[in-house]
Design a binder for this molecule. Structure first.
Ligand SMILES: Cc1ncc(COP(=O)(O)O)c(C=O)c1O
Length: 389
């Protein structure tokens, strides 16, 4: 049987594979701590649940407009207009089945087979696969630094790339471009005419002072070139509801909207009403509570990891991940390291190879304080035993 080349060459999601392996070992009774999760370890806020219950009771369970219910699109336009000091209207917005789906739709609208797309490295696992699915070619910064710079954009453009995916705060590193770096990135976007998909899913989990530095703050005139991707998954512990948002120029949204109309139709009706409640601000107490918990745990895990001589890392400024490098005198296979750490050290983590880096591991601090303390102990003894060498 013949399968389409692009589709058949897609790789599975390594984060899901490692998370499932750690979870199944735990379920079979093994003493495993999982720091693999890419989602908050809190329940969805009550306001969202109640809004969903009400929507179901009122029979709002049939198809909705494919791009989302008008109330939610309007609420998204208002909230992110305020956040970015812009003037988004309903036609600048689209609701999809999670931020992942929003990215896939927006990308499909701008990538033709053979097009080069600049991606960060380390990258979120799905970006290269999404580009490959469309027959595009992923290109990466050459300097080896963790975050994309203006020069990376200029070089990629000179090499024929037309656009990029940008992600700050970054999964897996938790690093955030400073305002100075962002200004340089914004200048390069203007010079090159790049389209940009700015994956802002972790924008509310920023632990620095003030608002997270953003391309549109550096240069508001880039609004038409930059698609914002955001959602409710990480900010409001709503990963399973599958609601994400795109905000972009109306033409880009219209094209992406047709893709959505011919693939999924609308995102789940009930989930849209749940998302509306939180976007309108009905779960702000829960949001702040979760944010404070993540910030405190970030400090805890960084303090504990900082005492381990075999690790080198920059303190994350956002998201809920820390991404240490294993300090060793010879190259380390992060995959072998993580498998051995799981099987012999009782700790589930994700190898850097999943994100395009060797020698790193990703630890999620979306876990209890007790689990974080025990996990770091396990990692320390594993490193001391040197089982991975
Ligand atoms: C960087 C990044 N972008 C997008 C997503 C997808 O979010 P959603 O669950 O809303 O599809 C994730 C989820 O892990 C992520 O880490």
């Amino acid at each position: 049987m013949y399968y389409a080349k692009n589709a058949a060459s897609l790789e599975g999601s390594a984060t899901l594979i490692y998370t499932a392996k750690a979870a199944s070992m735990k379920a079979s009774g093994k003493d495993i701590i999982c720091l693999t999760a890419g989602q908050p370890d809190f329940p969805t806020p009550k306001a969202a649940i109640e809004a969903a219950e009400k929507a179901m009771a009122e029979g709002k369970t049939l198809y909705t407009p494919s791009m989302g219910i008008a109330e939610l699109r309007q609420a998204v336009a208002s909230r992110w207009s305020t956040f970015h000091n812009q003037n988004y209207k309903i036609e600048n917005t689209m609701v999809s089945c999670g931020a992942k789906h929003s990215i896939a739709n927006m990308l499909e609208a701008v990538v033709s087979p053979g097009d080069k797309v600049l991606l960060p490295k380390p990258f979120w696992v799905s970006y290269p696969q999404m580009v490959r699915r469309l027959g595009g070619i992923s290109v990466y910064p050459e300097g080896g630094q963790m975050l994309i710079t203006g020069d990376d954009i200029r070089k990629a453009a000179a090499d024929g790339a037309k656009g990029m995916i940008f992600n700050s705060p970054c999964n897996p590193s938790g690093l955030v471009n400073t305002m100075e770096m962002i200004k340089d990135v914004a200048a390069a976007i203007k010079e090159t005419g790049f389209w940009v998909i700015s994956d802002d899913i972790y924008e509310d989990l920023y632990y620095g002072p003030g608002k997270v530095p953003h391309i549109l703050t550096a240069d508001p005139d880039l609004k038409d070139q930059v698609a914002l991707i955001t959602g409710v998954s990480k900010t409001y512990a709503m990963t399973g509801w599958r609601i994400g948002f795109a905000l972009a120029n109306p033409e880009w949204i219209k094209i992406a909207g047709r893709i959505q109309a011919h693939t999924t139709s609308n995102p789940c009706s009930v989930s849209q009403y749940a998302a509306l409640a939180v976007v309108e601000g009905k779960a702000e107490e829960d949001r702040v509570f979760m944010y404070n918990a993540f910030k405190r745990r970030r400090d805890l895990i960084c303090e504990l990891l900082g005492e381990i001589p075999g690790l080198a890392f920059d303190k994350p400024e956002g998201a809920f991940y820390v991404y240490p490098r294993i300090v060793a005198d010879k190259p380390i296979s992060s995959e072998q390291f993580c498998i051995s750490l799981l099987e012999n050290g009782g700790l589930g983590t994700i190898p850097g190879s999943a994100f395009g880096n060797e020698g790193y591991i990703r630890l999620s601090f979306a876990a209890s304080d007790d689990d974080i303390v025990e996990a770091v102990k396990r990692l320390n003894s594993f490193l001391e035993r040197g089982d991975f060498k």
